[in-house]
Ligand binder design. Structure first.
Ligand code: C5P
Length: 243
């Protein structure tokens, strides 16, 4: 387990300008342990913002969900390692060789260049996918069954954990036996907050109790009138799940 609530909360910086991202990082520095940079901010601002946040002592989860031929995914993983991120992710559906080659390349560059080795997390089934969507892309299994299969494949391919919705955390904990396999969980809403477009949510306390190592929260913090106050409320709710 990763320690206190603050180290287990990841704030999703899904904002459209570098300036807004910096303001949020400045006001939340020291209150949360990690920030998530996804395709929106990365495409807008580029890798500079990633290394800037990482080198100022904050953890960065680079959420670019690599899914490519093994050589390209592994090279992207090496680039993420050189940016100093703490976590990055790949799609488990990229397959065993893609995940294995990425994990090996990251370990090798970290050792050779004396860098911190990031944790590599696999995305199983996106929470926006349902059985109909899976069947349209040729997958006949129910989402839960597919999550189980891809979690096992991720574990066997050297991944350090998976992204799991609050409702999948239990399935993954039951399925994967490696101690220390990390579960990173979005779809979390503090009691009474707007759901935005998230459909099946849990509160911070419920997600922690269900077995999440890290919870990812975006809009309840980034759109709040007072992001610091909202973060503190979420941390308090997480503490309830830790007792
Ligand atoms: O604003 P909100 O708290 O809903 O943000 C959740 C973050 O987690 C977003 O960056 C979203 O892309 C990400 N995410 C998710 N569901 C997944 C995987 C990632 O909501 N299954």
């Amino acid at each position: 387990m990763i320690g206190i609530a603050k180290d287990r909360l990841i704030v999703a910086l899904d904002v459209s300008t570098e300036r807004r991202a910096r303001e949020l990082v400045d006001s939340l520095r020291g209150i949360v342990g990690m920030f998530k940079i996804g395709s929106q901010l990365f495409t807008e601002a580029g890798p500079g913002i990633v290394s800037e946040i990482a080198s100022s002592g904050n953890g960065v989860f680079l959420d670019l969900k690599f899914h490519d031929i093994p050589n390209t995914a592994a090279s992207a993983g090496v680039a993420a390692t050189r940016l100093g991120v703490s976590i990055f992710n790949v799609h488990a559906s990229g397959g065993r060789e893609m995940m294995r080659r990425t994990a090996d390349a990251v370990s090798e560059v970290a050792t050779k260049e004396g860098l911190k080795r990031p944790s590599i997390i696999a995305v199983t089934v996106l929470t926006s996918s349902d059985a109909t969507m899976l069947s349209e892309v040729g997958i006949g299994s129910e989402p839960g069954t597919h999550v189980r299969r891809l979690s096992l494949l991720a574990e066997a391919s050297g991944m350090d954990g998976v992204v799991a919705s609050p409702h999948e955390v239990g399935i993954v904990r039951e399925t994967v036996m490696s101690p220390g396999f990390l579960l990173v969980t979005p779809g979390v809403r503090p009691a009474g907050a707007s759901l935005d477009d998230q459909k099946r949510v849990m509160t911070p306390a419920q997600a922690i109790r269900a077995g999440a190592d890290y919870i990812v929260v975006g809009r309840p913090i980034t759109s709040a009138k007072d992001p610091v106050e909202s973060t503190e409320q979420i941390l308090e709710e997480m503490e309830l799940g830790l007792v």
